[in-house]
Write a protein that binds this ligand. Sequence first.
Ligand code: ZN
Ligand code: ZN
Length: 341
Amino acid sequence: MKVAMYYGLNDIRIEDVPPPKIGENEALVEMRACGVCGSDLMDWYLKSRAPLVLGHEPAGVIVEKGGKVKGFDVGDRVFVHHHVACLKCHYCMRGDYTLCSQFHETNIEPGGFSEYFRVPASNLQIDTLKIPDALSFEKATLIEPVGCCLRALKKCDIQKGDSIAIIGAGATGIIHTALSKIFGSEKTIVCDLIDFRLNSARKFGADVVVNTKKEDLTDVVMAETDGRGADVVVVTAPSLEAYKMGLKICRRGGKLCVFAPTKPGEQLQISPKELFFSETRLIPSYSTSHVETREALELIISGKLDLKGLITHRFRLLDTAKAFKTALESKESLKVIVING
Ligand SMILES: [Zn+2]
Ligand SMILES: [Zn+2]
């Protein structure tokens, strides 16, 4: 079978590998669509593990199942979560599923940018969701990124009437924007450096958009929030500058959601004195669990969360390298996906 093997951000090769063999409690899925995630573009995060097959936002069809698999059949259309928690450990008992030591060990094999992938038993049991015929494979690739944003916003405990500022209007910034309105945001302010993205943010519910090349974000946020600052700030851009801006525009007692990692070694200076008196709450949110993927699926199929237009580019599996290049460089892309078949 064909896979897109990642050797580096600018070196993705199509290779032939034998299809994975499945165990009696496992399934083999034919990938039909798989999203390219911002984290797939973080060379520093991936380079040491290369070569590997990326792709953790896959949807497809079960083409083979082990003898002991119950609840799934060949032909089922599914979303598969690449990581699942054990549901038993200290972390899991407290809902910190993404911190469970099993979370990273449970991987689909070889990855989503592949014609076929193996779904381990725990992934199949805990977080493989059947998707209705009415939901396209393309849309189903959004379940994982929506789950990540849902988890972050739930942690931020948005109150009705809150103002939310979102830094970065890429795909996850836009998903946060759309979700913020569902969570009751009175005013969602979105900033980015690219007008195309800001115009898109408007379509997905942003009340105010700011191009930080042209306008001062702090001025706008203060003017829009009676001089307080935003109740919740979500940083979806992986840069130190974005975090510095985020701290500036967060109101006293507000919440700053750390949603995107910066490069290793980059340090954000925070004065404990200022933190103490401002009572700013830092709320990091990494990845998503089986809890939010179900909620994401529900929001998407009910139509409450309408992400039509979020997927701007589609590439065949053989063109995965182009998909990555587009996700990385195009100023007119939001979500880029890879399709198969
Ligand atoms: Zn992702
Ligand atoms: Zn656990």
